[in-house]
Design a protein around this ligand. Structure first.
Ligand SMILES: Nc1ncnc2c1ncn2[C@@H]1O[C@H](COP(=O)(O)OP(=O)(O)OP(=O)(O)O)[C@@H](O)[C@H]1O
Ligand SMILES: [Mg+2]
Length: 234
C-alpha cells in the first residue's frame, strides 16, 4: 500500500498520560481505513494531532507531498484534510444547506447539491439544524466536512447513536464517498460498520497500534479480543 496519509511515530502526552506513543498509520489514496480501540485508546487524540488541533510531542504527518507538522488546522484543510468531531455541533438556526455553505466558504467550493445527494440529505436540505434527527445531524457533520472538498476525511464516531439500519446505510454512503476519490479514516465503536466497510483496520490500545490488517484478520486476532475484554473488565 502506498500511503497518501503517512503518519509515523506520532506521540501525544497529557501530563503523565501517553495518549499516543509512537503511532505509525497509513491511508492509501481513495482507501477506507478503520481505526478502532477501547475507550481512551487515543483514537480522537490521533485525529486531533493529525488535523493540528493538538501539538504532538513527536512524529511526522505527511499528506501526499505535503508535510503537515506544525501547520495550523486551516492550513491542513487547505492541504486536503477534512474532519468531523465526536459530538456534532451544528448551527441550530441555520438550514442544512446553510450549514454546508458556511463550511464551503473555507474550501474549494464543492458542489453542495451533489454532497447532499451523496449523503441522502436532499429531503431535509431546507430544515434547520435543531429540527433534525440525531442520525441526520451526524450526516450533516459528514456533509459539512465534504463541503471543503477534502482528499482525506477523518470521521470520529459518525455512527454513534445510529440504529443498525442507519449505520449500515452510513457504511454504504462512506463507500460511495471513497469511490468518488476521497480517502477516509473511520473511527467507530460499531464493529459491524468498521469491519464490514473498511479495506484495512488499525486497532489502537493504550496509545499504541496493537494490530493492523484486513478486517477478517483483525476480527480473528486474539490480541484484539483480549484488548476489548480487558477494557470491559476494568
Ligand atoms: N485534553 C485532555 N487532557 C488530558 N487527558 C486527555 C485529554 N484528552 C484525552 N485525554 C486522555 O488521553 C487518552 C486518550 O483519549 P481519547 O479521547 O483520544 O480516546 P478515544 O480512543 O477517542 O476514546 P473514546 O472511544 O472514549 O472516544 C485517555 O486516557 C484520555 O483520558
Ligand atoms: Mg474518542
Amino acid at each position: 500500500m502506498t500511503g497518501f496519509l503517512v503518519v509515523s511515530g506520532l506521540s501525544v502526552r497529557f501530563g503523565g498520560v501517553h495518549a499516543l506513543a509512537g503511532v505509525d498509520l497509513e491511508v492509501a489514496e481513495g482507501a477506507l481505513v478503520g481505526l478502532i480501540g477501547p475507550n481512551g485508546a487515543g483514537k480522537s487524540t490521533f485525529i486531533d494531532a493529525v488535523t493540528g488541533f493538538l501539538r504532538p510531542s513527536a512524529g511526522r504527518v505527511l499528506l501526499g507531498a505535503h508535510r503537515l507538522d506544525g501547520l495550523a488546522p486551516h492550513r491542513r484543510v487547505t492541504a486536503g484534510l477534512g474532519r468531523t468531531w465526536q459530538s456534532v455541533e451544528l448551527f441550530e438556526d441555520l438550514t442544512v444547506v446553510e450549514n454546508l455553505q458556511v463550511a464551503a466558504r473555507h474550501g474549494a467550493g464543492a458542489d453542495l447539491p451533489a454532497v447532499l445527494h451523496l449523503l441522502g440529505l436532499d429531503d431535509v436540505a431546507h430544515r434547520r439544524g435543531k429540527d433534525l434527527s440525531h442520525g441526520q445531524r451526524k450526516l450533516v457533520g459528514v456533509a459539512r466536512a465534504l463541503a471543503g472538498r477534502p482528499r482525506l476525511l477523518l470521521l470520529d464516531e459518525p455512527a454513534a447513536g445510529l440504529d443498525t439500519a442507519e449505520s449500515a446505510e452510513l457504511g454504504r454512503t462512506l463507500r460511495r464517498v471513497c469511490d468518488g476519490g476521497t480517502a477516509i479514516l473511520l473511527i467507530d465503536h460499531d464493529m459491524d460498520l468498521v469491519l464490514g466497510t473498511c479495506d484495512h483496520v488499525y486497532v489502537l490500545d493504550l496509545g499504541r497500534v496493537l494490530v493492523d490488517g484486513p478486517p477478517a484478520d483483525v476480527r480473528a486476532d486474539p490480541r484484539v479480543v483480549a484488548a476489548y475484554l480487558g477494557a470491559a473488565a476494568t
